[in-house]
Design a protein around this ligand. Structure first.
Ligand code: PMP
Length: 354
């Protein structure tokens, strides 16, 4: 830390992203990316866009907002486009949380929420999930806090049914409820359909997982106009050109062939179920994941040891050191071949350990 670093941030522990190794080619199942590269149309659209790279991108992001609005059946004024959904989430912490509106979210959830809270100096409460990692809706009824709920949750993959979410949203009319739908396309139920009835609902989404564009950084949020305007105030006060030309063009091209994205999601869901069955046969305990990853533990091996031994075999997964989930690894669901390689490596490791 330099002696110039503001006191405001000196205690900040930044979010630690999953490894993006350069030393060798791994089967990369650690950051929930898609195993499918973007289509030729998407690549061409981005290439075409850089031809006008001397000009700033559209600060209103109109093309992608219109395309998203059409795809989800809302008005373009009910959409904001962001640099990954992380940016939308950060704006939500900035816009809807303060001393009088602290944040609350589950103890086991996306690790960035607490970092956003710390960075924005927002007080927050972590609400323990039940022993089996399910969320008890009663903990979220009529709270005094701005709620952040990943649905499906990460890293557990567990999804909340829409009526339960609706009950939580309706019971907190004076607080914003942010529903983070980064993984919704792999078997969750989207809450976007509720925004017209729920003035306190903000739904965030991303092109990083189901649309093969993690590297392009494109996210979005849906909500009623005034909520979106609040986020836009922060966008225009920090980085009005937050979505670059190539990304905006790639996003529009990707939405134009959403059928292909859905086919990819269907393949990933099929691979998820097949891999889950194979892991259960090997003695793993898994949550009921509706996301593009599995959350798994085995009585005979610690999460860190399994992570390390898989890495030695060229397969990357994610593990955590925190007490509640140290036994677990999170395995991104890739192609059938990747999942077969994962299962075979796990089998070998367990046999070695036996
Ligand atoms: N929400 C959740 C639950 C996530 O796991 C992630 C990915 N790390 C994000 C949001 C952010 O993704 P992105 O910024 O790539 O849209």
């Amino acid at each position: 830390m330099s002696r110039f670093f503001s006191k405001k941030y000196s205690g900040l522990t930044p979010y630690v992203p999953g490894e993006q190794p350069k030393d060798m080619k791994y089967i990369k199942l650690n950051t929930n990316e898609s195993p499918f590269p973007p289509s030729e149309n998407v690549v061409r659209a981005a290439e075409e866009a850089i031809r006008h790279g001397e000009l700033y991108s559209d600060p209103e992001c109109l093309s992608i907002r219109k395309a998203l609005a059409e795809r989800y059946g809302v008005d373009p004024d009910e959409v904001i486009a962001t640099n990954g959904s992380d940016e939308a989430l950060n704006f939500a912490f900035m816009a809807f949380c303060d001393e009088d509106h602290p944040a609350a979210f589950p103890d086991i959830t996306y690790g960035f929420y607490s970092v956003f809270a710390e960075a924005n100096r927002v007080p927050y409460r972590q609400i323990p999930l039940r022993e089996d990692f399910t969320l008890d809706p009663a903990d979220y009824i009529g709270t005094a806090e701005t709620l952040f709920i990943a649905n499906p949750n990460a890293p557990t993959g567990i999804a909340l049914p829409l009526p339960v979410l609706r009950e939580i949203i309706d019971s907190n009319p004076d607080r914003v409820v942010v529903v983070d739908e980064a993984y919704v396309d792999f078997g969750g139920e989207s809450a976007v359909s509720l925004i017209h009835e729920c003035p306190n609902l903000l739904v965030t989404g991303t092109f990083s997982k189901s649309r093969s564009l993690a590297g392009a950084r494109l996210g979005f949020a849906f909500g009623q106009r005034d909520l979106i305007r609040d986020l836009d105030t922060l966008r225009n006060s920090t980085n009005p050109y937050n979505v670059n030309r190539m990304t905006m063009a790639a996003g529009c091209a990707s939405l134009a062939e959403d059928g292909l994205n859905r086919e990819h999601c269907a393949v990933i869901m099929e691979n998820r179920e097949k891999c889950a069955r194979a892991l259960r046969e090997l003695g793993f305990v898994l949550t009921d994941s509706r996301a593009n990853f599995l959350f798994a533990s085995h009585p005979a091996i610690d999460g860190e040891e399994l992570y390390r031994k898989l890495k030695n075999r060229g397969i990357l997964v994610r593990h955590w050191r925190s007490e509640r989930i140290r036994a677990y690894v999170r395995i991104t669901v890739g192609t059938a071949e990747q999942m077969d390689a994962l299962t075979a490596a796990v089998r070998e490791i367990l046999e070695e350990n036996a």
